[in-house]
Design a protein around this ligand. Structure first.
Ligand code: UDP
Length: 239
């Protein structure tokens, strides 16, 4: 699959619909694969975190989750077709899962959030199989307790909501043992689905201003947002 290398990390040139077809093909093949919802903040973090850089380079699919990546690709004389937001992908996978009988497992977020997100998804997509929910933790010492029930539940898709880079490192460390065809780090997506946090309205997203909405709603994220909207473009322009 074609990719554009931005700050040393390959970002795959996929649309949402191609991503869903990729997921379907991975589930049919059953070998464990990892998707990263790469955004500008991921790439800034990866510049100073070699372990995270390794995970992103070994990941099977890095979707372009961030309008800044589309801009960076253009600066490099290349092109990414569209933004594929991780939060949209989770909802789209749930819709397709209900039709195809895919089994979903929701790991992470605060206690109770994954259960509530599962209820919301089941209500929206009757027949959806959520075969497990667990808040868990990304700590190494908790992995043993978490892995057994996931393996036993035999999910087709595992969503891991510990925030980046912890979630992506956790998947990379355990994916062989988990044996789940598709594992994806999904950040705060379970919070959005459960109604714990709200996403920007569509028109704000379409203007490329989701980061500004997040800054107004969650000013304590300022440092992380600055990584995406200041550090990232400066690093791209410097290259
Ligand atoms: N989280 C968790 N355990 C941890 C740290 C974080 O379950 O030890 C969850 C947190 O509750 C939230 C998600 O990880 O649901 C991270 O959300 P954030 O908004 O930071 O992620 P982003 O979407 O910005 O990557």
């Amino acid at each position: 699959m074609r990719s554009v290398t931005i700050l040393g990390i390959p970002i795959h040139a996929v649309t949402m619909s191609e991503t869903l077809d990729w997921v379907a093909a991975a589930i049919a093949k059953r070998a464990p694969r990892q998707i990263c919802t790469t955004n500008p903040e991921f790439l800034v973090t990866a510049q100073r975190d070699a372990a995270f850089r390794g995970v992103l380079n070994d990941s099977d699919l890095n979707i372009p989750d961030g309008i800044g990546l589309l801009w960076a690709a253009r600066r490099l004389g290349d092109r990414l077709p569209e933004r594929v937001a991780g939060s949209d992908l989770v909802v789209a996978i749930a819709a397709r899962a209900a039709r195809e009988g895919w089994r979903l497992y929701l790991l992470g977020a605060a206690p109770g959030v994954a259960e509530r997100a599962a209820d919301v998804l089941r209500a929206a997509h009757p027949g959806l199989l959520v075969v497990g929910t667990e808040s868990g933790s990304p700590r190494a010492e908790d992995a043993e307790r978490l892995i057994g029930p996931i393996v036993a539940a035999r999910p087709d898709v595992l969503f891991v909501a510990y925030g980046a880079p912890a979630q992506d490192k956790w998947i990379a460390a355990h994916r062989a043992r988990l044996g789940v065809p598709v594992a994806i780090g999904v950040g705060g997506t379970l919070d959005f689905i459960a109604g714990q946090a709200s996403r920007a309205p569509r028109w704000v997203q379409q203007l490329g201003l989701e980061w500004l909405y997040r800054f107004v709603r969650q000013p304590w994220r300022a440092r992380r947002i600055a990584a995406a909207v200041i550090e990232f473009p400066l690093a791209v322009l410097r290259r």
